[in-house]
Design a protein around this ligand. Structure first.
Ligand code: ADP
Length: 253
């Protein structure tokens, strides 16, 4: 088997006495779209922050492309695209200026950078927005630009933490479509954290996370079969015991 793009083994993380991740294991292969699905408070952002190298786990192993952040952080980051939950574009600059700045951080410039920007913008159908100040864009378009930005370094792995929060259903659907195109065209692996079942319906696999643990991982068809359900929302409720939109049980205590 080829090296997994992302490999988490028995990853643990506590905030004070609160165990946010209780020994999580997850692997992503090349070109795979995996939905990390769970309610608020399940530990998705914590897992995400560990996978993106923002902080180290208390225990367990984190490897990206077979490498370890402790020794090869810059090599890992050069192959990683990250879309955080909070917005982080400069509102007063144009879209293109934002993208160029980001490309410069990866050592890209000139024609090579412009080609990357043009290619990524075309994938997300935002070419006509490139010269506009970010401030003039809708929330949905700003989000699309953030994902375009995360693609400028042509990452092998794209990590997205609840990228569609605050977007209308049409824009959310468009995001799903575009992200699939990225995978289809570039064989990019994608980890998509969300609490919305419909966003992961077309993922290759879904990892269900509840109360700091991944309780099950499988293809959508496998989860349906395991739950004896005919739709993923019912399967999610049956397997996790959590109603979509409800806070995590683990948060109550
Ligand atoms: P999700 O992204 O699934 O909503 P999080 O990873 O943000 O879950 O949070 C997991 C748990 O850890 C929650 O109970 C949350 O309240 C707690 N938590 C997250 N960040 C912190 C923090 N900085 N300090 C203390 N507790 C935290």
């Amino acid at each position: 088997m080829t090296e997994p793009v992302l490999s988490l083994r028995d990853v643990r993380k506590s905030y004070g006495r609160h165990e946010a991740l209780k020994g999580v294991s997850l692997e992503l292969g090349r070109g795979e779209i995996v939905g990390l699905l769970g309610p608020n408070g399940a530990g998705k952002s914590t897992l995400f922050q560990i996978a993106s190298g923002l902080f180290a786990p208390d225990g367990g192993e984190v490897r990206l492309f077979g490498m370890d952040y402790r020794h090869e952080a810059s090599q890992i980051l050069s192959r990683l695209g990250v879309v955080f939950q909070s917005r982080s574009l400069d509102l007063d600059m144009t879209v293109k200026a934002n993208l160029r700045f980001h490309g410069n951080l990866f050592g890209l410039s000139g024609k090579a950078l412009d080609a990357r920007i043009a290619e990524a913008a075309a994938l997300f159908e935002v070419t006509d927005l490139l010269d506009k100040p970010v401030r003039t864009l809708s929330g949905g378009n700003q989000r699309r630009i953030e994902i375009v930005r995360a693609l400028i370094n042509a990452p092998d792995l794209l990590l997205m933490d609840e990228p569609s929060v605050g977007l209308d259903p049409t824009t959310r659907k468009l995001l799903v479509k575009h992200v699939q195109q990225v995978r289809d065209q570039r064989q990019t692996s994608i980890l998509w954290a969300t609490h919305l079942v419909e966003e992961v319906e077309h993922a290759d696999r879904i990892a269900l996370i509840v109360g700091g643990g991944i309780i099950r991982t499988g293809t959508p068809a496998e989860l349906l079969a395991a739950a004896g359900a005919d739709n993923l929302t019912d399967a999610y409720i049956a397997l996790t015991g959590v109603k979509p939109g409800a806070p995590a049980m683990a948060e109550a205590g």
